[in-house]
Design a protein around this ligand. Structure first.
Ligand SMILES: *[C@@H]1O[C@H](CO)[C@@H](O)[C@H](O)[C@H]1NC(C)=O
Ligand SMILES: *[C@@H]1O[C@H](CO)[C@@H](O)[C@H](O)[C@H]1NC(C)=O
Ligand SMILES: *[C@@H]1O[C@H](CO)[C@@H](O)[C@H](O)[C@H]1NC(C)=O
Ligand SMILES: *[C@@H]1O[C@H](CO)[C@@H](O)[C@H](O)[C@H]1NC(C)=O
Ligand SMILES: *[C@@H]1O[C@H](CO)[C@@H](O)[C@H](O)[C@H]1NC(C)=O
Ligand SMILES: *[C@@H]1O[C@H](CO)[C@@H](O)[C@H](O)[C@H]1NC(C)=O
Ligand SMILES: *[C@@H]1O[C@H](CO)[C@@H](O)[C@H](O)[C@H]1NC(C)=O
Length: 674
């Protein structure tokens, strides 16, 4: 018997079920798992999805510490260029300049730093500071930085430093010797900075100062000011270590990128142009982001591919499908432009050095080895942004144009249409669809059977999924939960079990969004929350559930027959794993009482009957949550409401394992030997 603290009657179902009924005997579910007769499952079942949603890229997994490092906009009518993030040091005057000689055509703006005109200025060091993405993590480790300067400077050096924004205490400083260059040239400086002391909190700034008297014309211009901590696998321009480690621990199999809405852009001209996200940072204009801020494109196409390489992930490359979020779309007469861009992108990634774009990758960017791309998605949620007309056009000419071009040039690539069969699109074989369930827990659970009715022709990616709103019908724009919560996470588990039962029709599935910056959000459901301070990195309840289910990949489902009980309120799937073990995965939802489960792996029966052999053993991992199903992991409390219990079980006669699962639990039983 389980009791909940009830919240505003929303979990009405659970009130009714838990408060009134008297304890009865345990429910029983007795199952036999047969060793043959299953279906082969997708090898990339569990994965990741990423776009730069509300500083989960810039200020998130992209490790750059400097905010607004190159005064980018992407679209000045949407985002005026600003000096956000920057403040003067020792009375310097900062202003934005659009110089006749910019650092690059991609970065037309720069910051002019004028020396104050007071008399004692000669003695002074002046400059500017950046407060990062809501702070900066400072520890005793090597930071790698660079900046560009233009102007007549006769000082000996520039000083780069990290200090507290609260007390001014300096944690580390380095002198960067000035180069003798013509005053009209942009000069690049690279430096390393290793603090001698770690900061106590993340309220820190990075500053560059210089001798005021050395600025012969009274000011210097700066641009592309960059500072990185050590990155995952020490990649230059790389990714944040703690977040990558948390993602690696999920043992994901694929990465869907770069979106999501970001792929589409707000307006027709501002889609995610992959060709403007590659090469030297000074040649990346950035994108007018779709989540309320311009992005740097520092996390560009190559960085996404390296992310996939570093975690051994299958890339699911999303290419622009000719539609913008405001509904603007390419007419039929111009759809070839989008198709050509996608083919060029494929050539850039997979072509050898003799091809035009492959040559740019190999010869200019130095990435000799072509990548492999096996999955390409055309657009994002094309049933949504363009309304009925946009969707009609996707079916009529946008998707078909890509389909034809890829059939000709890349016939082995698994194409994915951005709608799914559930969005009323008849998807031409052999293409697949993409389904994005953002549901209440009850509806997640009800979707357990959704894929049973499909045929294998209806191959589908679940490119985004999450329990978003509590049961009770408060609606899409109603109150989201502040974080993924236990009841919602268990419901996701049941949806996932439904997918695993149909692994031959499912390419893969991923939670979305994966990452959330605690300083800029509205869409609260994310697998991992983060901020400048790594102590706030929080693994949500859903993270734990998806990790447990994703760790043991089923390669082949196994048929189950029920001797007693059946599906609901226990939901389950059984299968064989890569290592040859047998696995049974289950979750309990809406149960009035704990469930006594027995699972007989019939394939083990012969083995245990022989007296000489030891009985088969298995490991049972059970996740349970807080008494209140609305409980969640709170970044500021550093709590984990998810409890994991591992138990070794011995098989009884016939290869049968017995255990009890409580209400709102998720379990994986895996045999130890073949
Ligand atoms: C859970 O139980 C309640 C009350 O009986 C019911 O309204 C709700 O539909 C159930 N949810 C699911 C997914 O079965
Ligand atoms: C330190 O930074 C955090 C995050 O940016 C902020 O919420 C907090 O108010 C700051 N603390 C102080 C004392 O300024
Ligand atoms: C990138 O490609 C698009 C077309 O696909 C083109 O419009 C744009 O000018 C290109 N950007 C640059 C910098 O060449
Ligand atoms: C499944 O695919 C077939 C074609 O292979 C199609 O006729 C059918 O409509 C699809 N099913 C659904 C539910 O869309
Ligand atoms: C699919 O069709 C159903 C039934 O006509 C409708 O309710 C739903 O809105 C349609 N979905 C899309 C994405 O068009
Ligand atoms: C992103 O952040 C902005 C403000 O910072 C907010 O208005 C917007 O709703 C957020 N969007 C999401 C999806 O979190
Ligand atoms: C294998 O697929 C068939 C057809 O979709 C289905 O009826 C059957 O239940 C599946 N078997 C298992 C063990 O998943």
């Amino acid at each position: 018997m389980v009791h909940f603290h009830l919240n505003a009657g929303l979990w009405a179902a659970l009130v009714a079920l838990t408060s009134l009924q008297s304890c009865s005997a345990d429910k029983r579910v007795d199952l036999i798992v047969r060793p043959n007769g299953g279906n082969v499952s997708s090898p990339i079942m569990y994965g990741l999805m990423h776009e730069d949603i509300n500083n989960s890229g810039d200020g998130g997994i992209y490790a750059e510490l400097i905010r607004n490092r190159a005064f980018q906009s992407g679209d000045e009518s949407r985002y005026p260029v600003t000096l956000d993030g920057w403040s003067p040091v020792e009375g310097a005057k900062l202003s934005l300049k659009k110089l006749s000689k910019p650092l690059s055509s991609a970065l037309p703006y720069s910051m002019n730093v004028a020396v104050p005109s007071s008399k004692d200025k000669k003695a002074r060091k002046v400059g500017f500071a950046n407060d990062g993405y809501w702070g900066m993590d400072v520890r005793k480790q090597k930071y790698t930085g660079s900046f560009y300067v233009k102007g007549a400077y006769q000082g000996k050096s520039f000083t780069a430093s990290l200090q507290s924004a609260l007390t001014g205490e300096v944690f580390g400083t380095t002198e960067v010797p000035a180069k003798k260059k013509a005053s009209n040239d942009w000069v690049k400086y690279d430096f390393n900075l290793t603090p001698f002391k770690a900061a106590r909190n993340s309220n820190n700034t990075f500053a560059i100062t210089f001798d005021a008297a050395g600025a012969k014309d009274g000011s210097l211009d700066f641009n592309l000011i960059s500072l990185f901590p050590p990155t995952y696998k020490n990649r230059p321009n790389g990714l944040r270590v703690d977040l990558m480690e948390a993602l690696a621990a999920l043992k994901p199999k694929f990465l869907r990128f770069p979106g999501g809405n970001m792929l589409e852009g707000n307006t027709l001209p501002t889609w995610w142009k992959w060709n403007e996200t590659i090469g030297d940072l000074k040649d990346r204009p950035g994108q007018s982001g779709v989540w309320g801020y311009p992005t740097t494109s520092g996390l560009g196409l190559v960085e996404y591919m390296q992310w996939a390489d570093d975690l051994n992930l299958e890339p699911i490359l999303a290419v622009w499908g000719g539609l913008a979020l405001d509904g603007g779309e390419l007419p039929e007469s111009r759809i070839d432009e989008a198709v050509q861009s996608a083919l060029d992108e494929m050539e850039f990634l997979t072509g050898d050095a003799s091809t035009h774009w492959g040559g740019i990758r190999a010869k200019i960017l130095g990435h000799k080895r072509p990548w492999k791309i096996r999955y390409v998605e055309i657009g994002n949620e094309d049933w949504l942004a363009g309304g009925a007309v946009g969707y009609e056009n996707y079916k009529r000419y946008r998707f078909p144009a890509f389909f034809k071009a890829f059939q000709e040039k890349y016939p082995k690539v698994q194409l994915i249409a951005s709608p799914s069969v559930f969005d009323n699109m008849t998807i031409p074989k052999p293409a697949a669809g993409d389904y994005h369930p953002y549901l209440t827990p009850d509806n997640m659970v009800k979707a357990f059977n959704k894929f049973d009715a499909l045929s294998r022709d209806n191959l589908t990616l679940i490119g985004e999924a999450a329990s978003t709103h509590p049961n009770g019908g408060i609606g899409w724009d109603g109150n989201l939960m502040p974080f993924p919560w236990w009841g919602g996470s268990v419901a996701e588990a049941i949806f996932l079990l439904g997918l695993e039962r149909n692994g031959d029709k499912v390419i893969g599935t991923t939670y979305a969004p994966g990452l959330r910056n605690l300083n800029r959000w509205q869409w609260s459901m994310t697998q991992i929350q983060h901020a400048a301070d790594p102590a706030l990195t929080t693994l949500s309840t859903s993270y734990h559930v998806w990790k447990l289910l994703g760790e043991t990949a089923i390669t082949k489902t196994l048929p189950i027959t029920a001797k007693a009980g059946g599906i609901d309120p226990l939901f389950y799937v059984a299968g064989e794993t890569e290592s040859g073990s047998n696995v049974f995965k289950a979750a309990v939802y809406n149960s009035t009482e704990p469930i006594a489960v027995s699972v007989q792996f019939a394939g083990l029966a012969g083995k245990v009957k022989q007296p000489a052999k030891k009985p088969a053993t298995a490991t049972l991992t059970v996740l349970t949550g807080p008494a209140n199903p609305y409980g969640y992991n709170d970044p500021w409390k550093h709590n984990n409401v998810v409890k994991e219990t591992k138990t070794k079980l011995k098989a009884k006669e016939g290869g049968t394992f017995s255990f009890t699962l409580p209400q709102l639990s998720v379990a994986v039983l895996e045999t130890d030997s073949k």
